[in-house]
Every structure is written in C-alpha cells, then in structure tokens.
Design a protein around this ligand. Sequence first.
Ligand code: NAI
Length: 327
Amino acid sequence: MQVTVYNFREYDEKKYFDAYAEELGITLVTCPDAPTLDNVSLAKGSECIDILTSKMTPELIAALAQQGVRYITTRTIGYDHIDMKACKEHGITVGNAPYGPNGVADYTVMLLLMSIRKAKQILQRTNIQDYTLKGNLGRELKDMTVGIIGTGRIGKTVIQNLSGFGCKMIAYDLYESEEVQKLATYVSLEEIWSQADIISLHTPLTDDNYHLINAETIGKMKDGVVLINTARGPLVEAEALLAAIESGKIGAAGLDVVENEFGLYYYDRKNDVLDNRELALLRSYPNVTVTHHMAFYTDNCVKTVVEDSLRSCVCFVNGEKNPWQVS
Ligand code: NAI
C-alpha cells in the first residue's frame, strides 16, 4: 500500500517514517509542503494521505477525492483544520493522532510561569546587560487561583503538574472527571471568569466555543488576569485580546497559538511582510510570550504521531477496527 505524506520533515520525522513504513509494508510518497491544489497529483495511487495542520478546504478535499484519496490522517490531536462536512460529502474518512499529553502540559506550565515571573522582559534585559530589578516583580503561584477550561487529557495533566505548586485550582468542562476532582474544584464558567488569576485553555475548538474569550467574557475577569492558550487560536478573539492587554485588564499572556496562524507557523517568513497585524502587536508587548505552536514538539510526540498515523492507514485500508478514526 502507498501513503502520501505531506509536510514531511527530513530533520526529525524521516527516521521514524522509514522505520514504520518498512515494518508495515508501506511505500511512502513524501512532500515537504502542505497539500495544495497544485500538488494534489502526488496523492494519485494513495488511498491515504498523511497531513499536518494545513487548511483542508472543500476545494482541496474535492481535488484529493478525485485522485482517489479515501482517508486523511492528521499527525495532530486537533482536526479543526479539516472541513469534515466536505470529507463526508466526498466519502473521505478522517483520523487523528492523539499523542501523550505531557509535552503540551509541561509547556503550558512553562508559559504560565514565564508569564507570572515576567520572563520575556527579564531575558530581554539580560541580553542587553540591563541588570535592574525595577519592573520585574513577579508573583508566586501558591498565592494564585488557576482556572483550567477543558479537563481532558491535557487539562488534567496540567492540573496534575500544577498540584505541587500549592495554587488553588478551579476547573470547567462539559463533563466532570473524578480524577480531576481530587485536585481541583469544578465551577461554572462565570466563576472561572470572576475567581481565576490565571486562565488556561485546554478545549478543542468547536462551534460552541469559537471566541470563548471575547470582550464580554474578558470584562468579567479579574483585573490583571493572566491568559494562557496552548489549545487553539480562535478560542480567543484577537481584537478583544489586544484591547485588554493594552488597557491592562489582561496583565500577561502566554500564547502558543493565535488566530490566523495558518501559512505562518512552521515556515521561515523572516523576509516577508506579513498580514497578521494581531501577531505583530502581540509579539511586541513585553508581557506577552508568543511561541509558534510548539507545545507538542517533543521527541516522544514526533515518534508517536508518525507511528500512529501510519498504523491508522493500515487499519483503514484493511477494514480493521481503527482507534484513530474520528469521522
Ligand atoms: P481532550 O479531548 O482529551 O480534552 C478536551 C476536553 O475539552 C474534554 O474534556 C471536553 O469535554 C472538553 N470540552 C470540549 N468542548 C468544551 C467546551 N465548549 N467547554 C468546556 N470544555 C469543553 O483533548 P486534549 O488532548 O486534552 O487536547 C485539548 C486541545 O489542545 C486539543 O483539542 C488541541 O486544540 C490542543 N492542542 C494543542 C497543541 C499544541 O501544540 N499547542 C498540541 C495538542 C493539542
């Protein structure tokens, strides 16, 4: 069987793709770029394609279906970049690769600590030999209340990670977990807004929570609240976020994801004039730490997503029970 792998990375994925393709008897067609209307022909002869977070529009999905594609596996947990309706219309099944939560959970705690200890501005000063203290005053986690929205695999692991810091933890999810209840108290969203000093997002992006953090909800938060987003950019309305940072309502933010990151993240765009003004502004603020959707990026994760995406193709083609199938 043949699988076309888009966004194929020589420097870290190749060794795993080669090893698992050999083990599973798969011939790989590889392409370093995201799938586009110009390179869909690379999918010819492949029932399955393997992608990353590039936007899968209805036009692209129709073109892939014409090449004979019947299964799309994404080497990511989230799959909101794929137009699921179009996939259904064209008889394409979708699978994801939910690697372990620890990489993202660890990174979340790092961004959280960087935000409350003003790490960005401290590092900027150190780099120019400005060794002053004034303006670098931090806060201690044990004195703070952390509100976790979404207590699935990652949110729960963040709570476990944070449990040693002595902070108060409150949580919100559509479904409550007994394991989480041992360490955090479930409350309503309204109580998260009014009580949390730090809010960390860990839900998938759905129609229901698009722009969950907006001018109205920010207005209900504590002054100087810290916002951490390692989930999905569109959970936060960019304009409202900028306004709240500029007014001081949001005291600091750690953002591994932003709205409209497609086409920017994972590309070298240093010589380009970019049209994402929100990102340019966010990067410029001393109290906002922006990273480019890196939280997942650990050795363990890369190996897992490569292995599981290929195994899911085998399950699909052989008509076996496919634990990675999401549609
Ligand atoms: P999960 O499916 O285990 O947990 C998600 C939780 O969110 C579930 O408990 C669910 O009930 C809850 N939820 C869904 N909609 C909700 C809503 N409207 N309000 C409140 N709770 C809601 O997913 P997991 O593995 O914990 O991942 C969470 C998200 O993290 C992913 O969907 C993805 O968007 C993001 N992510 C980001 C990465 C990065 O590199 N920055 C890497 C991996 C995931």
